[in-house]
Write a protein that binds this ligand. Structure first.
Ligand code: 5GP
Length: 190
Protein backbone atom coordinates (compact mmCIF):
# COMPACT_ATOMS: atom_id res chain seq x y z
CA UNK A 1 0.00 0.00 0.00
CA UNK A 2 1.84 3.01 -1.36
CA UNK A 3 0.25 5.49 1.08
CA UNK A 4 1.49 3.42 4.03
CA UNK A 5 5.00 3.20 2.59
CA UNK A 6 5.02 6.98 2.18
CA UNK A 7 3.78 7.46 5.74
CA UNK A 8 6.46 5.11 7.12
CA UNK A 9 9.16 7.02 5.22
CA UNK A 10 7.82 10.38 6.42
CA UNK A 11 7.03 9.53 10.05
CA UNK A 12 8.66 6.21 10.99
CA UNK A 13 11.73 6.10 13.20
CA UNK A 14 14.23 3.25 13.15
CA UNK A 15 15.67 2.25 16.53
CA UNK A 16 18.43 -0.07 17.60
CA UNK A 17 17.57 -3.75 17.36
CA UNK A 18 15.65 -3.27 14.08
CA UNK A 19 12.66 -1.73 15.79
CA UNK A 20 10.50 0.63 13.76
CA UNK A 21 8.38 3.12 15.68
CA UNK A 22 5.22 4.41 14.08
CA UNK A 23 3.86 6.08 17.18
CA UNK A 24 2.65 9.15 15.30
CA UNK A 25 -0.08 7.29 13.41
CA UNK A 26 -0.51 3.71 14.66
CA UNK A 27 1.17 2.68 17.91
CA UNK A 28 0.65 5.63 20.23
CA UNK A 29 -1.29 8.39 18.52
CA UNK A 30 -3.67 6.93 15.95
CA UNK A 31 -4.54 8.61 12.63
CA UNK A 32 -8.11 7.35 12.46
CA UNK A 33 -8.77 8.35 8.86
CA UNK A 34 -5.64 6.56 7.70
CA UNK A 35 -6.44 3.61 9.96
CA UNK A 36 -9.76 3.18 8.14
CA UNK A 37 -7.98 3.35 4.76
CA UNK A 38 -5.80 0.45 5.92
CA UNK A 39 -8.97 -1.34 7.03
CA UNK A 40 -10.42 -0.84 3.54
CA UNK A 41 -7.32 -2.37 1.99
CA UNK A 42 -7.45 -5.46 4.22
CA UNK A 43 -11.17 -5.85 3.47
CA UNK A 44 -10.39 -5.67 -0.27
CA UNK A 45 -7.56 -8.23 -0.03
CA UNK A 46 -9.71 -10.78 1.82
CA UNK A 47 -13.15 -10.01 0.38
CA UNK A 48 -13.60 -13.46 -1.18
CA UNK A 49 -12.23 -15.49 1.72
CA UNK A 50 -15.43 -15.97 3.71
CA UNK A 51 -13.87 -14.55 6.86
CA UNK A 52 -16.21 -14.76 9.87
CA UNK A 53 -13.96 -13.24 12.53
CA UNK A 54 -10.71 -11.36 12.98
CA UNK A 55 -8.31 -12.25 15.80
CA UNK A 56 -5.50 -10.05 17.11
CA UNK A 57 -3.48 -9.60 20.33
CA UNK A 58 -3.81 -6.74 22.80
CA UNK A 59 -2.81 -3.99 22.84
CA UNK A 60 -1.04 -2.95 19.66
CA UNK A 61 -3.11 -5.07 17.26
CA UNK A 62 -6.45 -3.69 18.38
CA UNK A 63 -6.54 -0.53 16.27
CA UNK A 64 -5.84 -2.41 13.02
CA UNK A 65 -8.37 -5.09 13.97
CA UNK A 66 -11.08 -2.48 14.65
CA UNK A 67 -10.58 -0.95 11.21
CA UNK A 68 -10.45 -4.23 9.30
CA UNK A 69 -13.35 -5.81 11.16
CA UNK A 70 -15.51 -2.71 10.79
CA UNK A 71 -14.85 -2.56 7.05
CA UNK A 72 -15.59 -6.29 6.68
CA UNK A 73 -18.72 -6.07 8.81
CA UNK A 74 -17.59 -8.79 11.21
CA UNK A 75 -16.51 -8.95 14.87
CA UNK A 76 -12.96 -9.18 16.11
CA UNK A 77 -11.55 -10.85 19.20
CA UNK A 78 -8.34 -9.81 20.88
CA UNK A 79 -6.23 -12.33 22.75
CA UNK A 80 -5.44 -11.11 26.24
CA UNK A 81 -1.93 -11.20 27.62
CA UNK A 82 -1.79 -13.18 30.83
CA UNK A 83 0.92 -12.81 33.43
CA UNK A 84 0.48 -16.07 35.30
CA UNK A 85 0.30 -19.67 34.18
CA UNK A 86 -2.82 -20.07 36.29
CA UNK A 87 -5.11 -20.59 33.31
CA UNK A 88 -8.72 -21.69 33.73
CA UNK A 89 -10.33 -24.35 31.56
CA UNK A 90 -12.63 -21.77 30.03
CA UNK A 91 -9.94 -20.38 27.75
CA UNK A 92 -7.60 -21.45 24.99
CA UNK A 93 -4.02 -20.40 25.70
CA UNK A 94 -0.60 -20.32 24.06
CA UNK A 95 2.86 -19.15 25.06
CA UNK A 96 4.59 -16.52 22.91
CA UNK A 97 8.22 -15.49 22.91
CA UNK A 98 8.66 -11.78 22.24
CA UNK A 99 11.95 -10.98 20.53
CA UNK A 100 11.09 -7.29 20.73
CA UNK A 101 11.03 -7.37 24.52
CA UNK A 102 12.98 -10.63 25.03
CA UNK A 103 10.23 -12.06 27.24
CA UNK A 104 7.71 -14.86 27.18
CA UNK A 105 4.05 -14.28 27.80
CA UNK A 106 0.84 -16.28 27.66
CA UNK A 107 -2.15 -15.27 25.55
CA UNK A 108 -5.66 -16.41 26.27
CA UNK A 109 -8.96 -16.31 24.41
CA UNK A 110 -12.23 -17.38 25.95
CA UNK A 111 -13.56 -20.60 24.39
CA UNK A 112 -16.87 -18.86 23.96
CA UNK A 113 -15.52 -16.54 21.23
CA UNK A 114 -14.01 -18.96 18.72
CA UNK A 115 -15.92 -21.91 17.33
CA UNK A 116 -14.92 -24.68 14.95
CA UNK A 117 -17.04 -23.09 12.23
CA UNK A 118 -15.08 -19.85 12.27
CA UNK A 119 -12.90 -18.79 9.33
CA UNK A 120 -10.37 -16.51 10.90
CA UNK A 121 -8.23 -13.69 9.57
CA UNK A 122 -5.32 -12.79 11.88
CA UNK A 123 -4.53 -9.07 11.94
CA UNK A 124 -1.68 -7.30 13.69
CA UNK A 125 0.27 -4.07 13.54
CA UNK A 126 3.66 -5.72 12.89
CA UNK A 127 4.75 -9.10 11.58
CA UNK A 128 8.40 -9.78 12.42
CA UNK A 129 9.54 -13.27 13.47
CA UNK A 130 5.98 -14.52 13.42
CA UNK A 131 5.86 -15.63 17.07
CA UNK A 132 2.73 -13.64 17.87
CA UNK A 133 0.91 -14.96 14.79
CA UNK A 134 2.01 -18.53 15.52
CA UNK A 135 0.59 -18.24 19.04
CA UNK A 136 -2.75 -17.17 17.59
CA UNK A 137 -2.64 -20.00 15.04
CA UNK A 138 -2.03 -22.43 17.92
CA UNK A 139 -5.21 -21.19 19.63
CA UNK A 140 -7.23 -21.31 16.39
CA UNK A 141 -6.10 -24.91 15.91
CA UNK A 142 -7.11 -25.79 19.48
CA UNK A 143 -10.57 -24.42 18.70
CA UNK A 144 -10.74 -26.45 15.47
CA UNK A 145 -11.37 -23.27 13.45
CA UNK A 146 -9.76 -22.39 10.10
CA UNK A 147 -6.99 -19.85 9.52
CA UNK A 148 -7.94 -18.02 6.34
CA UNK A 149 -5.00 -15.63 6.29
CA UNK A 150 -2.78 -13.13 8.01
CA UNK A 151 -2.63 -9.39 7.45
CA UNK A 152 -0.20 -7.07 9.18
CA UNK A 153 0.12 -3.37 8.58
CA UNK A 154 3.91 -3.62 8.49
CA UNK A 155 5.96 -6.75 7.81
CA UNK A 156 9.68 -6.76 8.52
CA UNK A 157 10.57 -9.36 5.90
CA UNK A 158 14.19 -9.65 7.03
CA UNK A 159 12.89 -11.39 10.18
CA UNK A 160 11.26 -14.09 8.01
CA UNK A 161 8.01 -14.61 9.96
CA UNK A 162 5.84 -13.71 6.95
CA UNK A 163 7.69 -15.86 4.44
CA UNK A 164 7.74 -18.83 6.84
CA UNK A 165 3.95 -18.57 7.07
CA UNK A 166 3.62 -18.25 3.26
CA UNK A 167 5.74 -21.39 2.90
CA UNK A 168 3.15 -23.31 4.92
CA UNK A 169 0.49 -22.24 2.42
CA UNK A 170 -1.11 -19.47 4.48
CA UNK A 171 -2.18 -16.35 2.58
CA UNK A 172 -0.17 -13.47 4.08
CA UNK A 173 -0.95 -9.94 2.89
CA UNK A 174 1.01 -7.22 4.62
CA UNK A 175 0.22 -3.64 3.66
CA UNK A 176 3.89 -2.60 3.65
CA UNK A 177 6.77 -5.07 3.47
CA UNK A 178 10.17 -3.83 4.61
CA UNK A 179 13.06 -5.70 3.03
CA UNK A 180 15.73 -4.00 5.11
CA UNK A 181 16.34 -1.03 7.36
CA UNK A 182 20.09 -1.18 7.78
CA UNK A 183 21.60 2.06 9.07
CA UNK A 184 18.12 3.52 9.35
CA UNK A 185 17.44 3.37 5.60
CA UNK A 186 14.08 1.74 4.94
CA UNK A 187 13.85 -0.34 1.75
CA UNK A 188 10.50 -1.84 0.77
CA UNK A 189 9.98 -5.16 -1.05
CA UNK A 190 9.09 -4.56 -4.70
P1 5GP B 1 6.74 -11.22 16.01
O1 5GP B 1 6.03 -12.04 17.03
O2 5GP B 1 6.21 -11.40 14.61
O3 5GP B 1 8.24 -11.34 16.08
O4 5GP B 1 6.49 -9.70 16.40
C1 5GP B 1 5.21 -9.17 16.29
C2 5GP B 1 4.84 -8.34 17.47
O5 5GP B 1 5.96 -7.66 18.04
C3 5GP B 1 3.85 -7.31 17.02
O6 5GP B 1 2.61 -7.62 17.61
C4 5GP B 1 4.39 -5.99 17.50
O7 5GP B 1 3.61 -5.53 18.57
C5 5GP B 1 5.80 -6.26 17.98
N1 5GP B 1 6.83 -5.74 17.07
C6 5GP B 1 7.73 -6.46 16.36
N2 5GP B 1 8.57 -5.67 15.68
C7 5GP B 1 8.19 -4.41 15.94
C8 5GP B 1 8.68 -3.13 15.50
O8 5GP B 1 9.65 -2.98 14.74
N3 5GP B 1 8.02 -2.05 15.97
C9 5GP B 1 6.96 -2.13 16.81
N4 5GP B 1 6.37 -1.00 17.19
N5 5GP B 1 6.46 -3.33 17.25
C10 5GP B 1 7.08 -4.45 16.81
Amino acid sequence: MKALEDKILAEGKVYEGNILKVGSFLNHQVDTHFLMEMGDEIARLFKDSGVTKIVTIEASGIAMAVAAAYKMGIPFVFAKKHKTNNISGEVYSSIIHSFTHDTEYTIVISREFISKDDRILIVDDFLANGCAVNGIIDIINQAGAKVVGVSAAIEKAFQNGGDNLRNTGIKVESLAVIESMDNGTIIFRK
